[in-house]
Write a protein that binds this ligand. Structure first.
Ligand SMILES: *Cc1c(COP(=O)(O)O)cnc(C)c1O
Length: 417
């Protein structure tokens, strides 16, 4: 797609004019604050939102690239955040991590570290592959593509969890890493990391746990007594973990983390160069310049919420999700494709085409999340979705009715992120 050339703006518009134009430009946006987007945005409560925004604005200009030479406060806040993450994920002594600008970057870095660890161990430099479950995030395809590595997707078990036996079948002597998700994005369920860890140890393969979406809230679901599986460094085969602060950590974007069991692996992910006029340039991240505001805001949100705040958030999310699940199951013909471990839901029908339902929901102003296999609707819910529940369920029920009355037809809608 091409983009039309536009003469550079004349300039001189004041804030009032700019704001009015921006409001006009975003006039047709999805009403995310009304809980109508099942993707992209996260919210805990107004106080958390304000703390994140204020801390971000306070360090708006600081650049986290300069944290070692200029911005010592950012350096210390980053160490604090990473230290809390290591504690949350049961890391052993000697573990470490990096603060990144998103899950895709965290995943890229972990896969680069895994590749270089594999190369150091085997001496083989090409022909590598990564084995993931079919439900793994496309960020792994992206990283594999950029590094010329093959990605192998293993079929899921009937319960939609990663199937260790299927992954074992795909792994061979060129496998640099295996991946499990905690939880996977499509179905919202935590893969059997304990079994994958055992497999990883047996085969001597790096296991990465992708906890991007749920990493910062799942431990608190556990601590409030929800029966969900563990997924972290307590399992000896887990060598790296990615977890996004800017999802269910409720921190402003862009903020993610990648953790390594062994500090040597951070060194493998670090790019270190000295061959240019300004001397040594070393980054533990893919990007150079990084917003100091994102680090400060994450530090502030973690300290604001703390153990009690995240437990409260987990309880609120769990209760809201239970209510959504009960409402969906009460609609005749609908069923959950998986029992959600957190607040990501995926449901469908054995009788009607869910994409037909999704089209009608879209006409009613809901952005539909879709899964193509199994064919269903999908929503990643934060507290924006609590006040919208009754309207959503009423619309869903009405749309299901309409589709039922319309007879068997199949929507041409395609699942897209
Ligand atoms: C969001 C997500 C990612 C990618 O993170 P970005 O921050 O969007 O780059 C990776 N894995 C899972 C499971 C995710 O939900």
């Amino acid at each position: 797609m091409t983009i039309e050339r536009k003469p550079f703006p004349e300039g001189g518009q004041d804030w009032a004019e700019l704001e009015a134009r921006m409001d006009a430009l975003s006039h047709d946006d999805i009403d995310w604050s009304g809980g109508r987007s099942p993707l992209f945005v996260f919210f805990n409560d107004q106080a958390t939102y304000e703390v994140g925004k204020k801390a971000y604005a306070k360090f708006f200009t600081e650049n986290a690239l300069g944290r070692k030479r200029a911005f010592f406060g950012i350096a210390e806040m980053e160490r604090d955040v990473l230290g809390h993450g290591l504690d949350l994920f049961s890391a052993p002594d000697g573990a470490t991590g990096a603060f990144t600008s998103g899950g895709s970057e965290s995943i890229f870095l972990a896969m680069k570290a895994a590749r270089d660890a594999f190369r150091a161990r085997t001496g083989r430099k090409a022909g590598h592959n990564i084995v993931v479950a079919w439900s793994a995030h496309p960020a792994f395809d992206k990283a594999a593509d950029a590094m010329d590595i093959a990605l192998r997707r293993a079929p899921l078990a009937p319960d939609l969890l990663a199937d260790p036996a299927a992954m074992a079948d795909l792994a061979d002597e060129d496998t640099i890493a295996m991946v499990g998700s905690a939880p996977c994005f499509p179905h919202g369920i935590i893969d059997p990391i304990e079994a994958l860890s055992a497999l990883a140890l047996e085969r001597g393969i790096w296991l990465h746990v992708d906890a991007c979406v749920g990493g910062y809230i799942a431990p608190f679901f556990h601590r409030i007594g929800r029966d969900i599986p563990h997924f972290d460094f307590r399992f000896a085969g887990v060598r790296s973990i990615s977890a996004d602060l800017h999802k269910f950590g409720f921190c402003p974007k862009p903020a993610s983390t990648v953790y390594y069991r062994d500090a040597d692996d951070l060194a493998r992910a670090t790019f270190d160069s000295d061959d240019w006029p300004n001397g040594r340039f070393a980054t533990e991240t893919l990007v150079g310049t990084r917003p100091g505001g994102a680090v400060a805001a994450s530090w502030a949100v973690l300290n604001h919420l703390g153990e009690a705040g995240y437990r409260r958030a987990a309880r609120n999310l769990a209760e809201m999700t239970d209510a959504y699940v009960a409402g969906i199951e009460a609609i005749e013909g609908l069923r959950m494709w998986a029992r959600p471990d957190l607040s990501i839901i995926n449901f469908g029908s054995g009788e009607i085409d869910m994409f037909e339902v999704a089209e009608r929901m879209s006409a009613r102003g809901w952005l539909p999340g879709l899964t193509k296999q199994p064919r269903g609707m999908h929503a990643m819910m934060s507290m924006l979705h609590a006040p919208a529940r009754e309207t959503y369920l009423a619309d869903l029920s009405a749309c299901v009715d309409e589709v039922r009355k319309g007879g068997a037809s199949r929507s041409s809608l395609e699942a897209t992120y």
